[in-house]
Design a protein around this ligand. Structure first.
Ligand code: B12
Ligand code: SF4
Length: 554
């Protein structure tokens, strides 16, 4: 097993490469580390999981291996979300010189099994394992791989194949979400109907001590930029706009707004090109504060994922900021806010944690992610806890994902209670603030009212595009939510009613018509979904096979 010494594959760019994500099914409990509470769904896994049939459900592809495939000239297949059988079939029906497996820490047992399968079914293949799983100390003793790659993988794979690792990065056209479903309805896969994912960089220079993404790509002060300038980014976005027919982009960059010069140059080019784009971004409160609301709106920022760590904690991104006010302000400008709150920080105790969760819920974000404070291998926090002898032994890596129980000894909160507080946080946010879909509708209406007559046509066009859904299907959804939420919280149901009336005032004809026509169907599908979920229904992503530079082996 070699981890440090870099060698070039003897076949160079002629080597035939398979890049695979770990096998499913995922949303079930099994001996390979799948867990029913850990499905392959972003929102349902960690954001809207307590929202029943109102939970937003969708899958996201494995972008790391898609990026690597696009940036090497060797013949390469990507196998995404295979079953074990599909992985075995791919190994036996094609010949591969290199099998690359991408994984995060929770799925290490699947990597072990996949390495075993490669050795058995394709013994001549070299095995390369990459992604966050590589950060587990001693991982080389747990899996049978030839190379374990820590950090950025495009440059590694290019070096391995003897290619130019500094060549410009080509960005694949990636549809961000798949098979979206809410209230028991699967939304149609319309071309251009879903945002495109853009990955300007990996890592984050803020270096919060618990942050695995930051640590994996170098930690504090470090990150890897794929696109340094607004010009490069603009060019990529224009190409993907025309390829996928999208105007909406999910910008997968841990702190996109931190790179102000790049963002402002992008804005300048968007203005020159008359681009009425929508951007969903991750950003810290500090970074957001570097912009005026108008700049954010001009840049098309319509959704922000923002850490809301307790004001009493020591994380620098919230210093001196009033997060509640910032959240309110963003929503008043039509920007949906997804808050992220950590449960079980060092200063939390059974006496203050309820109050802290209530404070987080009080921010009334559109979406709210809660995560347990979790020392993950590779992070400074893990190192610190390890040195203090506070890491719990016997915790399966499959359960170290922040949505179950502590994996370390907390000063004041027990492992069992950590789960209770976490589950309660999700429930409390839902009960007090209502379904996220309702909250999004609130934000959309505020944005529309504020900007519908704005002098910049790019801005008017964007809000008009967004509000189309509000004036039609979403109003029918509001009608259903109002009815169904009476069982959970009558006062929230009343608030949903008020919002629906306001939407109908704004769009008197179409909003009422859709509520009357579509409402009963949605009510039926919502209740049907509730029954299915109660019986244990789960969802799995489909398997993808994509080949590039491909010629069948002779
Ligand atoms: C999209 C995403 C998902 C998607 C699914 C992705 C998928 N198809 O597997 C969804 C939403 C379903 C998801 C789910 C989960 N995720 Co997730 N996810 C992400 C996210 C936001 C983006 C990943 C991404 O594409 N990044 C951009 C690409 C370019 O980077 P990359 O994947 O790291 O790949 C680079 C290198 O790692 C390397 N590389 C990767 N694979 C390979 C393979 C080879 C052969 C080589 C050589 C190199 C290599 O090269 C790539 C290019 O540089 C990251 C956060 C982040 N910013 O990365 C979290 C992240 C990966 N997820 C994480 C976690 C914990 C989870 C969940 C457990 C949910 C949770 N409780 O948080 C579940 C697990 C689901 C499951 N059953 O497996 C953690 C992983 C922590 C860890 N240290 O293992 C991350 C880092 C978030 C975080 N900071 O906590 N996730
Ligand atoms: S700001 Fe966010 S992405 Fe950056 S290091 Fe901190 S937690 Fe990680």
């Amino acid at each position: 097993m070699k981890t440090t010494q870099m060698e070039i594959h003897p076949k160079g760019s002629d080597a035939r490469i398979l890049l695979s994500s770990v096998f499913g099914p995922y949303a079930q409990d099994d001996e390979f580390g799948s867990r029913s509470i850990n499905p392959m769904e972003l929102y349902h896994n960690q954001v809207t999981r307590a929202q029943g049939s109102f939970s937003l459900r969708m899958f996201h592809r494995s972008w790391g291996i898609m990026m690597i495939q696009e940036n090497i000239s060797a013949p390469c297949s990507v196998l995404d979300f295979p079953t074990r059988e599909a992985f075995a079939r791919e190994l036996t029906t094609q010949h591969y010189d290199v099998v690359g497996i991408s994984s995060i820490i929770v799925n290490v047992l699947k990597v072990r099994e996949m390495c075993r399968m490669v050795r058995e079914l394709s013994p001549d293949s070299a095995i390369v394992v990459g992604g966050h799983v590589a950060a587990i100390p001693g991982v080389e003793m747990m899996i049978d791989a030839d190379h374990i790659v820590r950090g950025e993988g495009i440059s590694w794979m290019r070096r391995y194949l003897g290619e130019d690792e500094h060549a410009p990065i080509r960005h694949p056209a990636i549809v961000s979400g798949l098979e979206t479903r809410i209230m028991g309805i699967r939304l149609p896969n319309r071309k251009g109907g879903t945002a495109a994912t853009i990955i300007p960089s990996v890592g984050c220079p803020m270096g919060c001590n618990f942050c695995t993404t930051s640590a994996f790509f170098g930690g504090k002060g470090k990150f890897v930029n794929f696109y340094e300038t607004g010009d490069e980014l603009f060019e990529v976005m224009c190409r993907i706009e025309s390829e996928l027919k999208v105007q909406s982009f999910f910008v997968m960059d841990e702190n996109f707004l931190l790179h102000r010069a790049r963002a402002l140059r992008l804005l300048e080019l968007m203005k020159q090109g008359g681009k009425s784009w929508e951007l969903s971004v991750f950003a810290s409160a500090n970074a957001i504060r570097k912009y005026t609301m108008l700049e954010l709106v001009e840049l098309g920022v319509s959704w922000v994922w923002m850490g809301l760590e307790s004001p009493r904690s020591s994380y620098s991104k919230l210093e001196g900021k009033d997060v509640g006010q910032l959240t309110r302000e963003l929503r008043e400008h039509g920007i949906r806010v997804q808050g992220s709150t950590i449960v079980g920080l060092e200063h939390h105790t059974p006496d203050n944690i309820v109050e802290e969760i209530e404070a987080a819920v009080d921010y009334q974000t559109d979406f709210h992610q809660f995560m347990l404070y979790t020392p993950v291998p590779g992070t400074p926090l893990y190192q610190e806890m390890f040195e203090q002898g506070r890491m719990l032994t016997g915790v399966d890596f499959a359960d170290v994902h922040g949505q179950y129980k502590f994996n370390f000894r907390h000063a004041a909160i027990s492992r069992e209670d950590s789960k209770r507080f976490l589950d309660w946080a999700f429930w409390r946010d839902f009960e007090r603030n209502g379904p996220s879909l309702y909250r999004m509708c609130q934000t959309m209406l505020q944005g529309w009212r504020r900007y519908k007559d704005h002098p910049d046509p790019r801005i008017r066009e964007r809000f008009a595009r967004e509000v189309k859904k509000l004036s039609s299907a979403y109003n029918a959804a509001l009608w259903v939510m109002e009815k169904e939420f009476k069982k959970v919280n009558r006062s929230v149901s009343g608030r949903i009613h008020t919002l629906r009336r306001e939407v109908e005032k704004e769009f008197p004809f179409v909003a009422r018509l859709t509520a009357a026509a579509l409402g009963p169907i949605l009510l039926w599908s919502t209740r049907r979904e509730e029954h299915r979920l109660a019986k244990g229904r789960t969802y799995e992503p489909p398997t993808f096979v994509e080949r590039r530079n491909w010629v069948s082996a002779s």
